[in-house]
Design a protein around this ligand. Structure first.
Ligand SMILES: NC(=O)c1ccc[n+]([C@@H]2O[C@H](COP(=O)([O-])OP(=O)(O)OC[C@H]3O[C@@H](n4cnc5c(N)ncnc54)[C@H](OP(=O)(O)O)[C@@H]3O)[C@@H](O)[C@H]2O)c1
Length: 285
C-alpha cells in the first residue's frame, strides 16, 4: 500500500506541524492548498504540493489519487460553514478514492449543545459527515493550542477579551502532530474520537502571563470587558477585533469536554509544558 498522505490545510498553523511530522516519520506528504506557489516556497522540494479547493470536488478527486490517508485541517475564517462543506466534500471524495483513514482536527467543546455557535456547528456537522463516510476515521477533539498565544499580543499589550475564567489543558502542536502521525500506524485508533489535552491546566490569563514573562518581556497582560472591546472595534473600525469577539464570548461560556485517557493510551500523552514551549519560542525568535 502507498504511504502517501494528503494534508488539507497543510499550510495552516496547525496543519504544517502535522505535515512536517508525517514527513519526518517516513510518510510521503502531499500538501493540498489554494496557493501552491506560496506552499512550495514554505515547504521546499521534498514535499509534493497540489493546488485545489475543498469546494471544488474534482480537485479533491485528483489530489486523493494514490493516497493512503487524508488529514483535514480547515479554518473558514469569516465563513465558518466552509469547514462543514469542506469536510463533507473530502469525506465523499475519500470514500470514492478508497482511502484507508481520514483524520480531522476538531475542537474540545464540539457538542450538539454548543452548536449555537456557528464555528462549533460547522465542526459538529463536519464530524458527522466524516463518521458517515464509511472510511475509517480518527477525529481529534483538541483543546487550546499553545501556538495561539502569540496572537493575543500586539506590541507591548497582551489582551484578553472578557474574563475567560475556565482552565484548559494547553497543548503544543508538535505533541498533537506526533499523535496524528501515530494514529495512522495504530489500527485501534480507527473510528475513534479522541480528546487531546496537554499536561497542565491554565486559564487563558495564566497561560498568557507565562508566555509574556518568558517570550515577550515588557508585554502587559490585561483583560478588556466585552462591551469595551465592541466599542473599540466599532469606533476604530477594527475588523479583526470585531471578528474575534463572538469566539471570546463563546469560549467564556464553554469548557473542555471529554477525557484524554484513551488518546494518551493509544498515541502517547502530550508532554510539553507551557514553560518548555515558551522557552522554545525564545530560541526561535
Ligand atoms: N487554535 C486552537 O487552539 C485550536 C484548538 C482546536 C481546534 N482548532 C481548529 O484547528 C483548525 C485549523 O486551525 P489553523 O490555526 O491551522 O488554521 P489556519 O492557520 O487558518 O489554516 C487554515 C487552513 O485551511 C486551508 N483552507 C481554508 N480554506 C480552504 C479551501 N477552500 N480549500 C482548501 N484549503 C482551505 C488553508 O489552506 P490554503 O490557504 O493554503 O489554501 C489553511 O492551510 C481550525 O478549525 C481551528 O478551529 C484550533
Amino acid at each position: 500500500m502507498s504511504n502517501l498522505i494528503l494534508v488539507i490545510g497543510g499550510t495552516g498553523m496547525l496543519g504544517e506541524p502535522v505535515a512536517r511530522r508525517l514527513s519526518a516519520d517516513g510518510y510521503q506528504v502531499r500538501i493540498f492548498t489554494r496557493h501552491p506557489d506560496k506552499a512550495r516556497s514554505k515547504f521546499g522540494a521534498e514535499y509534493e504540493v497540489v493546488g485545489g479547493d475543498v469546494e471544488d470536488p474534482p480537485s479533491l478527486d485528483a489530489a486523493l489519487a494514490g493516497c493512503q490517508a487524508v488529514h483535514i485541517n480547515l479554518e473558514g475564517g469569516l465563513d465558518p460553514d466552509l469547514e462543514r462543506r469542506g469536510a463533507q466534500n473530502v469525506a465523499a471524495a475519500a470514500a470514492k478514492a478508497g482511502v484507508q483513514r481520514i483524520t480531522y482536527l476538531s475542537g474540545t467543546s464540539v457538542t450538539k449543545e454548543n452548536s449555537w455557535y456557528a464555528g462549533t456547528k460547522a465542526k459538529f456537522e463536519a464530524e458527522a459527515a466524516i463518521r458517515a463516510a464509511s472510511v475509517p476515521y480518527t477525529i481529534f477533539q483538541a483543546t487550546f493550542f499553545m501556538e495561539t498565544l502569540p496572537r493575543f499580543v500586539r506590541g507591548a499589550r497582551a489582551s484578553i477579551l472578557g474574563s475567560q475564567p475556565h482552565p484548559w489543558h494547553w497543548v503544543a502542536a508538535d505533541d498533537y502532530a506526533r499523535m496524528v502521525s501515530k494514529a495512522y500506524a495504530t489500527p485501534a485508533a480507527a473510528n475513534k474520537t479522541l480528546h487531546i489535552f496537554g499536561p497542565e491546566l491554565w486559564t487563558l490569563g495564566q497561560a498568557l502571563q507565562t508566555y509574556c514573562r518568558v517570550a515577550r518581556p515588557g508585554a502587559k497582560v490585561s483583560s478588556v470587558p466585552f462591551w469595551m472591546a465592541a466599542l473599540i472595534a466599532s469606533l476604530s473600525r477594527d475588523t479583526e477585533l470585531k471578528a474575534v469577539l463572538p469566539f471570546f464570548r463563546y469560549s467564556e461560556k464553554v469548557v473542555e469536554e471529554g477525557d484524554p485517557a484513551e488518546a494518551n493510551a493509544l498515541l502517547g500523552a502530550p508532554t510539553t509544558t507551557l514553560a518548555q514551549w515558551c522557552n522554545l519560542q525564545v530560541g526561535r525568535q
